[in-house]
Design a protein around this ligand. Structure first.
Ligand code: FPP
Ligand code: MG
Length: 299
């Protein structure tokens, strides 16, 4: 039996609360002259995000009976990377957005230099937290996590995707180009979040590949939903400015496929993502629910 949407929303909220507590405990507290950067790190992180990536880590870890503290620390590290990317993405030099998660962006609440440093510190702190013995007893597992997260966040992943995105206003990307951009920019981190539970659980290569494949499909479906929200959603729903893609002249899935075509593509991706979970049986029901949520969401 699969969980309904209400069960899923509750599970998402419960995981968000648990991971928020881990983030709160892990993140440095404002202290001394340099305390301002710690304050900005906390501002950028403890602010009511959906915690979708942490949910994926925790749900993946449950497939392999990974301990909750291990799963939560890994989830918190992934969320720190996500939050750093949002802080830098909102800067005037990048997307220049004043609102994030319904509040002033980090550089508006603090200042640009502090926001840059807070992003840098979140990026490095994620690896500090992940590599600590409390994350997993095996150093080999911790090393594999660090490597996987670095690959997903770096030049061949999120940073590379962001570079393509920043150049996209001056180029004309076709559907393959947009797919590649999004695979790198959002998909790589989402895929790592899905695969992390298998790394923590020292699962076999096939299970790992199934989860990574699920994550890649989910990531693309999630991005298509984001594109749809950019034209159909409101700032009140999404907590950030909308209509920016079209204004910037950026090629998007919706621009290339039309609203109906994009929605169809997202449905196909979600079906394929769910298909990859067959080997895990009922235990993967919460991952099935995330896939459905990814395209039904309004925020
Ligand atoms: C919304 O996530 C965020 C995205 C769709 C990802 C956007 C990716 C970037 C901004 C990459 C930037 C990279 C660099 C290196 C600056 P969400 O809907 O889960 O938002 P939430 O966490 O606020 O709920
Ligand atoms: Mg942006």
């Amino acid at each position: 039996m699969s969980a309904g949407p209400a069960d899923f929303e509750q599970a998402l909220a419960e995981t968000a609360a648990a991971v928020d507590a881990t983030l709160d405990a892990l993140l440095p507290r404002a202290d001394g002259v340099e305390g301002r950067v710690a304050e900005a790190m906390r501002y950028a992180t403890l602010n009511g995000g959906k915690r979708l990536r942490p949910f994926l880590v925790v749900a993946g870890a449950q497939l392999f009976e990974v301990s909750e503290p291990s799963a939560r620390r890994t989830a918190a590290a992934v969320e720190m990377i996500h939050c750093y990317s949002l802080v830098h993405d909102d800067l005037p030099a990048m997307d220049d957005d004043d609102v994030r998660r319904g509040r002033p962006s980090c550089h508006v609440a603090f200042d640009e230099a502090t926001a840059i440093l807070a992003g840098d510190a979140l990026l490095t702190y994620a690896f500090e937290a992940l590599s600590a013995p409390e994350t997993h007893a095996s150093a080999a597992v911790r090393c594999e996590l660090v490597r996987g997260l670095a690959v997903a966040a770096g030049c061949g992943g999120m940073v590379g995707g962001q570079m393509i995105d920043l150049l996209a206003a001056e180029s004309t990307l076709d559907i393959d180009g947009v797919t590649r951009l999004q695979k790198l920019k959002t998909g790589a981190l989402i895929a790592f979040a899905c695969e992390a539970g298998a790394i923590l659980g020292e699962a076999g290569a096939e299970a790992r590949a199934a989860l990574a494949g699920y994550g890649h499909d989910l990531g693309l479906a999630f991005q298509i939903a984001d594109d749809l929200l950019d034209i159909e959603g409101s700032e009140a729903e999404t907590g950030k400015a909308v209509g920016k893609d079209a204004a910037a002249g950026k090629a998007t899935f919706v621009g290339l496929l039309g609203v109906d075509g994009a929605r169809d593509r997202a449905r196909v991706l979600v079906d394929r993502a769910v298909g990859r979970l067959a080997r895990f049986g009922d235990k993967a029901d919460s991952l099935r629910a995330v896939a459905r949520f990814a395209i039904a969401r309004r925020h």
